[in-house]
Write a protein that binds this ligand. Structure first.
Ligand code: AHG
Ligand code: MN
Ligand code: MN
Length: 400
């Protein structure tokens, strides 16, 4: 422990990549830095993961905070998100039991015209409550809330004196799958809160302008993003701007344990993941590239196969681990596709880029799209670097 603390102090002093060896001669800890905008976040790397009890999410976040005191407050938010994900895991699992009565529709339609599932509403409430009582959040926006919810109002004085953050989330992604017991997920993005946030946009009824403007930030401003995947296991995958890390819930001890350190997506893949029923309406570059992939005549020469869950979190998780391309491109009927920029596109793009992949609209990096609306949609193609680059090149060469 003494060696460990000394090494940490050394890392803090020199502020650069460092390594040291344990008494067993193995590298036990080192840090790496990654430049995200002007921020440099140092993340721990545990080479001895899976030995003994493993590295829990709590320990990981604790060591990130030690190395990066300026983001210590984030660990409180992550504690709340972790607990919410565990609670949602239980709800999704139990939903199949007749006694749970949580399957089916709530009877309401959200602002995007989608019928809300009972579990959309319940999981939204779970996340909202978990996050608001951290005292670290100024405002939150959710797929299931019409407008951003401010947490600094008189009735809800829930901010303490520390850093304030903005959370955007999709509480139950892929909820159309939930009644059939197919994987679903939760997506979360965290921005810094700017009290002086100004906007020209007309705020909707019941939402103040600063509140709205705080949620309308491009993905490049994200300080953290995470998703939970409720599947054969529950996974918690996060980035703090220094690589992408995956944890698996060990239900015996009730902890997320680091199982996928520093995920790196393969540079090329052989899996496409799109709703191919929309193919005929896609832009020509998209049709051409995907046709080539299916024939094995694309740049990599791989003959692609198809996998599509219809839950973005599930499809992106597989893409991160196996490589290939996931997307929901624009089409003639819906030029901006289906996925929402703030709480689906931007956070998942941050995670994808931090794993070495790319994410594009076809003509622009998704992370750089400036939102005008909370529920704005964005065309998305993300995945293996070389494969996504092929899409970008095809769009660049396209003469409409
Ligand atoms: P949500 O359930 O949060 O509304 O999101 C569903 C999204 C996304 O998870 C998935 O990739 C996509 O919708 C599937 O759309 P299609 O059913 O049109 O394929
Ligand atoms: Mn979704
Ligand atoms: Mn959803």
């Amino acid at each position: 422990m003494k060696v460990f603390s000394t090494a940490l102090a050394a890392v803090l002093l020199v502020g650069s990549v460092s390594a040291f060896t344990t008494s067993t001669g193995k590298t036990a800890f080192r840090t790496s830095t990654f430049l995200n905008a002007e921020r440099k976040t140092k993340a721990p790397v545990f080479d001895e993961v899976c030995e003994t009890t493993g590295v829990t999410l709590k320990r990981f976040m604790g060591e990130v905070a030690t190395l990066n005191p300026e983001i210590t407050e984030l660990t409180v938010l992550f504690g709340a998100i972790e607990t919410a994900c565990k609670a949602i895991t239980n709800m999704v699992k139990r939903s199949q039991l007749p006694s749970s009565e949580t399957l089916g529709y709530e009877g309401n339609v959200n602002i995007q015209g989608e019928d809300q599932k009972k579990l959309d509403v319940i999981t939204n409430e779970v996340l909202k409550r978990a996050l608001r009582f951290t005292g670290k959040l100024g405002v939150l926006a959710s797929e299931e809330e019409d407008v951003p919810v401010g947490l600094t109002g008189e009735k809800e004085l829930l901010i303490d004196e520390g850093e304030k953050y903005v959370a955007v989330f999709d509480p139950l992604d892929g909820s159309s799958n939930v009644d059939a017991g197919i994987p679903t997920g939760t997506i979360i993005g965290i921005y810094e809160y700017d009290e002086a946030c100004k906007t020209d946009a007309e705020p909707a009824d019941g939402v103040d302008a600063a509140c709205l403007a705080n949620t309308l930030q491009a993905g490049t401003n994200l300080v953290a993003a995470a998703y939970c995947l409720y599947s054969s296991s529950t996974f918690f995958v996060l980035t703090l701007g220094c690589g992408t890390y995956g944890f698996t819930l060990d239900e015996n001890i009730g902890e997320f344990v680091l199982s996928h350190p520093n995920i790196q997506i393969p540079e090329t893949g052989a899996i496409i993941s799109f709703n191919e029923a929309n193919t005929n309406n896609w832009d020509q570059p998209m049709i051409d590239v995907v046709t080539n992939w299916k024939r094995g005549t694309g740049a990599s020469g791989n003959t692609f196969s198809s996998r599509y869950v219809g839950s973005m979190v599930g499809d992106v998780h597989r893409t991160l681990l196996y490589g290939g391309v996931f997307g929901y491109p624009g089409d003639k009927k819906n030029p901006s596709g289906k996925l929402r920029l703030l709480y689906e596109g931007a956070p998942m793009s941050f995670i994808m880029e931090q794993a070495g992949g790319l994410s594009t609209t076809g003509t622009q990096r998704v992370m750089e799209v400036e939102p005008d609306l909370v529920h704005e949609r964005v065309p998305i193609v993300m995945g293996s670097k070389k494969d996504v680059q092929e899409v970008i090149d095809a769009y660049a060469a396209w003469k409409k």
